[in-house]
Design a protein around this ligand. Structure first.
Ligand SMILES: [Zn+2]
Ligand SMILES: [Zn+2]
Length: 175
């Protein structure tokens, strides 16, 4: 998948044009599909003038893989409280990456997630003290939130599973 950095539209893997704004990724193309640099006014091979507009893009395949790796490390870290030094090093590295890429450290993320879980349980218990219909609404809302979280967790674990399969299978397709 490719994210167009001009209009933020996500195009499928291997796309040449952005599906929303029609710009070409990385290079300008003339009617004969010759690639030219993004700042070229004319095709550098045949000299035709009507070259496409180019846009910069972000290959999302790479990003989701990096994110999945972070999640795996997070899960490992959680599973093994006192991690071996190699794992500790990887944890520190991913913590650093997360801190600089997302602005939050993984420790902070874990604290926030635990806090959310605590709030969820607390609200659920409190909802039984509220009058019938209000409590029911609160519980329905909480369950909907839990459903979303469960779907998210499922797709994340599915992504991890696919990622592991690809590593084991050794199939390397270009991102
Ligand atoms: Zn676009
Ligand atoms: Zn050309």
């Amino acid at each position: 998948m490719r994210l167009c950095l001009t209009c933020r539209y996500v195009s499928p893997e291997g796309a040449v044009h952005c599906g929303h704004c029609g710009r070409t990724f990385g290079a300008r193309l003339c009617p004969s599909r010759h690639p030219s640099p993004p700042d070229a006014e004319y095709c550098v091979q045949c000299g035709k003038a009507n070259v496409t507009d180019a846009t910069r893009c972000l290959p999302l395949g790479w990003c989701t893989r990096a994110l999945t790796l972070l999640i795996v490390l997070l899960a490992l870290r959680w599973a093994f409280g006192s991690a071996p030094s190699l794992l500790q090093g990887m944890w520190n590295l991913s913590d650093w990456i997360s801190l600089h890429l997302l602005g939050i450290s993984l420790c902070h993320m874990r604290a926030v997630l635990l806090q959310i879980a605590a709030w969820f349980v607390a609200l659920f218990l409190v909802s039984y003290l509220l009058p019938g219909s209000v409590g029911g609404h609160v519980r329905a809302l909480l369950m909907r939130g839990a459903g979303v979280a469960a779907r998210l967790a499922r797709s994340v674990s599915l992504a991890i599973f696919r990622w592991l399969c690809r590593i084991v299978g050794g199939q390397r397709k270009g991102a």
